[in-house]
Design a protein around this ligand. Structure first.
Ligand code: SF4
Ligand code: SF4
Length: 210
């Protein structure tokens, strides 16, 4: 019998927002999903570093992908998380910067959430951003490694990916019982694009709420 992969402990820590999680029933699902996704990314990196004999090139402060990568997936449950985090958790000068970036989204290059070379919604960034990792050497300015060196791009662990989708099925009023392949596919089919998504409503919401 095939041994089932279990997540190694201590690889990925689930974030907790106890008061918000009591108030917002979808939030624990989303945080569970991101912890599963992060664990899957850590497992895939470890396995592929060994198999490819290459080291991960991504590091803190390396955000070129957030500027030039145009093909980052986004799902409805992730948008809700971003709306919540941006409107309720970001304050002060960063909030003002984000409002400005969102109002300009689509007219300036890069992801509107990249501020001062760092992701302002990092705890709630979409799964696609978490999975985008590159081996060997950091991306050059403007380089899309999918085209220049696909062998250096991390291949996501599909088992963890599906488990992360399964965690948010109740968000879509889908049951987490029996064969989940259909419901997971239904969620996957709702894929959108992070950069082409219209963030102007979030900008308006943030402007109204201060
Ligand atoms: S994907 Fe490329 S640009 Fe993004 S963090 Fe990794 S090495 Fe840096
Ligand atoms: S959401 Fe964050 S991690 Fe994703 S592209 Fe934008 S700035 Fe980068």
């Amino acid at each position: 019998m095939k041994k089932k992969k279990s997540p190694p402990s201590g690889l990925s820590r689930r974030l907790h927002f106890p008061d918000d999680e009591k108030r917002l029933p979808w939030l624990p699902l989303l945080l569970d999903a991101y912890a599963i996704a992060d664990t899957g990314v850590a497992v895939a990196i470890r396995e592929q570093e060994k198999r490819r004999n290459k080291k991960l090139a991504c590091a803190k402060g390396c955000g070129a992908c957030c500027i030039h990568q145009t093909d980052l997936p986004l799902y409805p449950h992730e948008i809700v998380g971003i709306y919540w985090y941006a409107s309720e958790k970001i304050s002060g000068p960063q909030r003002e910067q984000l409002k400005k970036r969102l109002a300009e989204a689509g007219t300036t290059p890069g992801c509107p959430f990249l501020i001062d070379n760092s992701c302002i919604i990092h705890p709630l960034r979409p799964k696609g951003c978490r999975q985008f990792n590159v081996f060997s050497a950091p991306c050059a300015a403007g380089e899309d490694p999918y085209f220049t060196r696909r062998d250096d791009v991390l291949q996501p662990d599909q088992e963890y990916l599906n488990r992360a989708f399964a965690a948010v099925l109740p968000f879509y009023n889908l049951r987490r019982k029996g064969d989940l392949s259909g419901p997971i596919q239904a969620v996957r089919a709702q894929i959108m694009n992070l950069l082409s998504y219209d963030w102007s409503k979030l900008a308006t919401l943030m402007a109204k709420s201060g």
